[in-house]
Design a protein around this ligand. Sequence first.
Ligand code: HEM
Length: 563
Amino acid sequence: MIPKRSPSPGPPTIHSLPPGHFLSLQPSFAQPTESFPSGLPSTFSHESGGQAPNTASLASADFEVDVRTGFLPGSSNIARLSGQYEIWEEALDAARGAHTGEGLIVGGQREKERLWRDALDSMPVVDTTGLLSSLPHLRRAHVVLTFLAHFYVHTSPASSIPEPTPIPACISVPLLTVSPLLGLPPVLTYADTVLYNFLPFNPSIAPSVKSNPPSEIITTFTGTRSEEQFFLISALCEIAGAEALRLMRQSLDELFLADEKALRRLTVYLKKLAHQIDKISDVTMTLMQEVDPEEFYHLIRPWFRGGDSDGPASLGWNYLGLDEDVEHLTSVAESRSTVGKKGKLFSGPSAGQSSLIHAIDIFLTVDHSPTAEEREEALNAIEHPDQSKILVDSTPVSADSPPPAATPAHGHGHGHGSAPKGEATFVQRMLQYMPLPHRSFILHLSTHPNPLRPLVVHYAHSHPALATAYDGALEALRRFREKHMRVVSLFIVQQARRQPSERVRKMTGLAPLTEEEMVEQKEVDINEIRGTGGSALFKFLKRCRDNTTKAMVRPNAAGYELQ
Ligand code: HEM
């Protein structure tokens, strides 16, 4: 029996929601401004200008945030589509191979890759109507189609003329139909590799952190244990985050009261939150033992590259098939502008797309929004804003509603393909790579009428324990970012400097090294290394860490200097 999502309480489109519904309110921070016409949202709560809805609940069906699992779906994911969609699953099976090492390889020039791509080119476009009534099935479809798209792109031979990489219609047409229904872009996201891609120990009951945690990954590119663990550890971070979300919700309740008792409780919740953030850090650090850095860097990560992965030189991806059925498709997904024009510059998946850390940042009022200068810089980085704009639908999926018409997501284009210049906007840009309900949750949280920090500042002298607890939570978040930077250093920077071992060369289909090459140390400029989300790595990660410290009320007490 297919689990069905309960009907959404409101009418299907954002425009017809009753006044006062949080989704119908335009967050003021999303308004286009003179200096930033794309209207990127800020994570700075005070910009709400009093327009924010007065609602405190952080665990709501509207947001698809579950009290037990946080941003992970509260019911089990679908491991395989059947019926007419089996053809996609079979194509995926063929790409991955029956055993580890038997699948396609990146840049594969072998007969195997050519035959697989030929088979895909002749695959029919399957109608997606049968998926529309089930959210888990739509999610699985997005997972399968985006994995197929990445397999196709990264096994395609380099073209002699510079042009966007084509995505065949059998993938692009259903993908562009399904994506807006989930509020996701048509590219592999963190939701596909983690949120919709795990099974708990007992898939027949709801996942939970203690009794039924995530234990298995459904789909990988390489079939390696490293890749499974990479996704699984992220899922374990997410489920550890459910408790952090609970504490945040309780804290917001206390903020409404803000009497003596409430301040004492708030102090306790913040201390607990720090502890919970440390738990997320501990889970993250298990990556160091469970994932082989060489395999990660040379074998797994290349599959994640999105259409913008070559920085400003990126040509993007060309989603084919739109011209054949324009009437239907333009109404639900991408505009005709894709066809024959510069490809779409979507970023590949990154844990920077996890709503969990964004939510903690916003709750603690860590401001990652760009300065005026950084905004200008990011804006200049948009080469072709019109052509790389994508319509991201703002309509919640409902079991009983027909496929909704696409609405432009309030001017948030994906015009940041040349994002390398705009690390400052990375956090905001990543919002567009989250499922719509999670994005709404983040926007909702950032317009909360009673933000935490001003209250802590107000009571810092009379209630020093509260200020210490608040700074303690920020200190835990800073520790998370420090540890995460160690992970990135091992898994990316150190690997970029070394030649891969013979074992990994064999796995990636590379020729053995000559003696000269063996002793060669690669010259790598650390500032040139980019994340799959398109950021110039360390500059960006340090910026995030420093923003965390800046939010502290008494940073000197913790040994940090406020700028
Ligand atoms: C092998 C493991 C990991 C690697 C190599 C890695 C790498 C990266 C990279 C390169 C970025 C920069 C953004 C981009 O361009 O993609 C990033 C950002 C980020 N990653 Fe990871 N990551 C790993 C695991 C994790 C885990 C387990 C989490 C926990 C949820 C996490 C959370 C984040 C966050 C929140 C950001 C945004 C920056 C920030 O807020 O500080 N990462 N990561």
